[in-house]
Design a protein around this ligand. Structure first.
Ligand code: ZN
Length: 189
């Protein structure tokens, strides 16, 4: 299946590309027919053999317009958090695209593969001083575990490689953190 068949969800395509480059696992969360399964198919087509994608419903009702109560949402997100804490490197929400995005021409597998072929040498990059400071505050202020930090560095290192940067910089860490935290639950509380 070609990635151009998936409309919108540019953030998920980005996560998929990083995961393909670094062989990470992803937990995709979205509503019914939002396109979660399509990403799994596309990953296969892009040769993501070691890539592990799991899909979960965004909420209990699973409709485009959510009818869950506040408590139901909290309960469901806590359940997702438990899943998330166990196994996955990256978390990403799949959303219904805007109508305009349905008509837009999308990038195809060939262009993604071309970019992926340029990515290599993941191990040599170190964090810049500022990037390290950001990691430190993520660890201390947001009560993350050593394992979270390990994953964030791994993901950020791949992103830095994709951008052909010589160091892992602040923006690479910031992006990797985005894929590690579960925002919906924090908003509800
Ligand atoms: Zn709902």
């Amino acid at each position: 299946m070609d990635i151009s068949e998936i409309k919108g969800n540019e953030n998920v395509k980005r996560v998929l590309e990083i995961a393909l480059a670094g062989n990470f696992s992803i937990l995709l969360i979205g509503g019914r027919k939002s396109g979660r399964s399509m990403f799994k198919e596309v990953a296969k087509s892009l040769n993501g053999t070691g890539l592990f994608i799991t899909r979960e419903n965004k909420c209990k009702c699973n409709y485009k317009e959510c009818i869950c109560t506040h408590e139901e949402l909290k309960e469901h997100y806590k359940y997702l958090m438990d899943l998330w804490n166990k196994d996955y490197d990256m978390y990403c929400e799949v959303n219904y695209p805007d109508y305009n995005q349905l008509k837009r021409k999308q990038e195809d597998n060939a262009s993604v593969l071309e970019r992926l072929q340029k990515v290599s040498n993941f191990t040599s990059l170190e964090c810049s001083g500022k990037a390290d400071a950001l990691l430190k505050s993520f660890y201390e202020k947001m009560e993350q575990t050593p394992y979270d930090i390990k994953i964030v560095i791994k993901v950020a290192r791949v992103i830095a490689n994709m951008e052909q940067s010589e160091f892992i910089q602040t923006q690479h860490i910031a992006e990797a953190i985005q894929y590690r935290i579960f925002e919906p639950l924090q908003k509800l509380q």
